[in-house]
Design a protein around this ligand. Structure first.
Ligand code: GLA
Ligand code: ZN
Length: 676
């Protein structure tokens, strides 16, 4: 697999000259403006299929070559897209099968984007041809550094071709209908399958009651999308290009299991659009959740640096309302990506379209075309700063804490009826467990159940309802080998086919590891509360309260109310040097803060360079191959903050020695341990 590496931080944008071919002066101005903005990289041709193949089988790459050449002449690299994210009208009108069928069985008309059928042989053939042709034309162009495969893969297709492929995949997975009927528990309600042809994708007017069926459909969608991507990459290779590939992912997007994409990508990239300056009085909720999402995307790439492929330099146009970034926020939010392992800051989009539905989406260049626009100058300032941070490129974000997040678990957990149909809040819960570490300045990795957890000191696995095959064994080995494990209510309920464990819960021996046996779960209405007292403080519990019996664990806190008052709500079970904690109910954030602060002290996880991380400051660490460390300080508050350092560091940008990190409102600083 080719390795993507680059000596400098990439800075640039999605560039859509295909919209501007009739405006040569605009294209000329773009080159000037890119230089002024400190742009060294663009993503080109993402939606350019109709310009690249204006008529079936007739390619026109001349305009693109001219642009790639000119960009190179100005020192701007190209990340070249395969154009498959939007199909030309000539194709979708001629070949009905390339258009998706929605879950109600209705076929799309032409239009939109991100809506091709990923099974259609016609679409695959057209894709293979244009990808191979592009690879032949640009695959060894010195200006092109990376392939951008399609754009934001997502969505589902319920057409007959996809349904057939689903059945074929099920046959391969289960072998026999007897086995499928068992694993799907389809004798329930007499839904037994006697012919493969009787199986359809889950649709609202059809079968939606077999949880295993719904789960397998989601797995199939990931599989089929990844298979389509594999075919895209194969065509590039056939066309003669050995360049590395990426696909731009979408954080916690629920439609695809990105961990299954990672092996196909040379580098992960993602599109980040936090809702800065929203109505939430807790202004730190957005940066904290964004931090978690960066950690997830880095985790998908197995901890390697990733690329921030899209972000807006100012505002989006698709949220309920569009707020520009306040002064300073563009720099800060971009530096946050670097702080979590990104080796780029790229935008959607370079220039605002003149018409159509994205014409009011933020861009580096506004309709006025000026370089003294506030947004442009913010971008240019960042461009200059990134140049000074080239040495950070390629460094890792070492972490001793892992948070387990797993898409299949999420699908199963959220897809089950009960125990809390009014909101089971898996993502919110993850965010609540992540935030204390964010506040303490402790790097955190996000891993799914296929990941290796053996090297961490602390593994947190909230609401791990499903144990995929082999994961419980990893958790047990981790704990018995001296690790600290934190698990919660509603864990180890089902196996990987969504069948409940018969016997003690959490299943697969984990009841023994936690030293508890879960018996019942109480699901509260939103206004209802329970409580427990931990280390002299009382904390509110809400939403889910599990009734557990201890079998080897010691209770650290007990329920304060209701018929289960006095029963354990928080437990600890020792295994030599290892420990397994079980949090039986959903506690308020204040508890998690206190609980994890204590664990951080016990396990010595806190960053050694500061006595404390002030509220609103994010602190992360990157480590370069030679061992040099970079500490990223970010002030997400509207107040100036001065952070005391335990020992002097060097400002990585100015080289000055510092005994404090002085941060103005929204300011970030990068410090290093050795004189630059
Ligand atoms: C996505 C797409 C882009 C653009 C932006 C707008 O990330 O990939 O093409 O539509 O959204 O925010
Ligand atoms: Zn289809």
């Amino acid at each position: 697999m080719p390795v993507f590496s680059h000596a400098a931080m990439l800075h640039g944008a999605d560039y859509n000259p295909d919209q501007w071919l009739d405006y040569p002066d605009v294209l000329e101005a773009d080159l000037e403006l890119m230089e002024k903005a400190g742009v060294n990289c663009v993503s080109l041709g993402i939606f350019a299929w109709a310009r690249l193949e204006p008529r079936e089988g007739q390619y026109d790459f001349a305009w693109m070559r001219e642009i790639v050449d000119k960009l190179r002449g100005r020192g701007v690299y190209t990340i070249l897209a395969t154009p498959t994210a939007a199909k030309p009208n000539w194709m979708s009108e001629k070949y009905e099968e390339v258009r998706r069928v929605d879950k109600n069985g209705r076929r799309d008309m032409s239009g939109g984007r991100h809506n091709h059928c990923y099974t259609s042989p016609v679409y695959r053939e057209k894709t293979a041809k244009i990808n191979a042709a592009l690879a032949g034309e640009f695959g060894s162009h010195p200006g092109v550094i990376l392939w951008h495969i399609s754009n934001e893969y997502g969505g589902e297709c319920y057409c007959p071709l996809c349904a057939e492929a689903f059945r074929a995949w099920l046959r391969e997975k289960y072998g026999t209908l007897e086995r499928l009927n068992h694993e799907w528990w389809s004798h329930f309600w007499s839904h037994t399958f006697t012919e493969w042809e009787h199986i359809h994708p889950p649709m609202p007017h059809g079968e939606m009651c077999i949880n295993g069926h719904c789960l397998d459909w989601k797995r199939f969608v990931t599989r089929q999308t990844a298979d389509f991507m594999k075919a895209e990459v194969a065509a590039l290779r056939e066309g003669g290009s050995a360049l590395p590939v990426t696909a731009n992912l979408m954080g916690f997007y629920n439609g695809l299991d990105y961990f299954k994409f990672a092996p196909l990508l040379d580098i992960v990239s993602w599109d980040n659009y936090p809702t800065w300056h929203d109505e939430n009085p807790d202004e730190l909720a957005v940066p904290a959740f964004t931090a978690l999402t960066h950690d997830l995307m880095r985790g998908v790439g197995d901890g390697k640096p990733f690329l921030l492929m899209e972000s807006t330099p100012s505002m989006t146009n698709w949220k309920p309302t569009s707020r520009p970034k306040r002064p300073g926020m563009h720099m800060l939010s971009s530096m946050q990506a670097l702080a979590h392992g990104s080796d780029s800051v790229q935008y959607f989009q370079w220039r605002k379209s003149r018409g159509s539905c994205e014409k009011f989406h933020g861009a580096v260049v506004d309709h006025c075309g000026r370089s003294d626009h506030r947004v442009f100058t913010d971008v240019a300032r960042l461009g200059a700063r990134l140049q000074g941070l080239s040495a950070v490129t390629g460094s890792r974000v070492p972490a001793r804490v892992a948070l387990v997040y797993d898409w299949e678990n999420r699908w199963a957990l959220e897809g089950a009826q009960g125990p809390r149909n009014m909101g089971i809040h898996y993502l919110e819960t993850l965010a609540e467990h992540h935030r204390p570490f964010w506040e303490m300045g402790i790097n955190t990795d996000v891993r799914d159940m296929s990941g290796d957890i053996s090297g961490y000191d602390l593994v947190i696995a909230p609401m791990l309802y499903m144990y995929r095959a082999g994961f419980a064994r990893k958790l047990a080995a981790f704990t018995r080998g001296g690790g600290t494990l934190v698990g919660t209510y509603w864990s180890g309920v089902v196996n990987e086919n969504d069948l409940c464990y018969l016997g003690p819960r959490p299943g697969e021996g984990m009841a023994e590891v936690f030293g508890v046996r879960a018996e019942e779960i109480d699901s509260l209405y939103d206004s209802q509360r329970n409580s427990f007292t931990y280390e002299g403080e009382s904390y509110r519990l809400s939403e889910l309260c599990e009734l557990v019996a201890t079998e080897g664990a010691e209770p650290l806190a007990v329920y304060g109310q209701d018929f289960y008052a006095g029963r354990p709500a928080l437990t600890r079970c020792g295994h030599g040097k290892g420990t397994a904690y079980y949090i039986a109910a959903k506690p308020e954030a204040r508890f998690l803060k206190a609980f994890y602060a204590r664990l951080a002290d016990t396990l010595n996880l806190r960053p050694p360079i500061v006595p404390a991380v002030p509220c609103g400051v994010e602190l992360t660490r990157r480590k370069a191959e030679g061992g040099r460390e970079y500490w990223f300080f970010q002030n997400f508050t509207r107040e100036g903050i001065s952070v005391e350092l335990r020992f002097p560091l060097y400002n990585a940008e100015t080289g000055e020695e510092a005994s404090r990190a002085e941060l103005k409102p929204y300011e970030s600083g990068v410090y290093t341990d050795t004189a630059p």
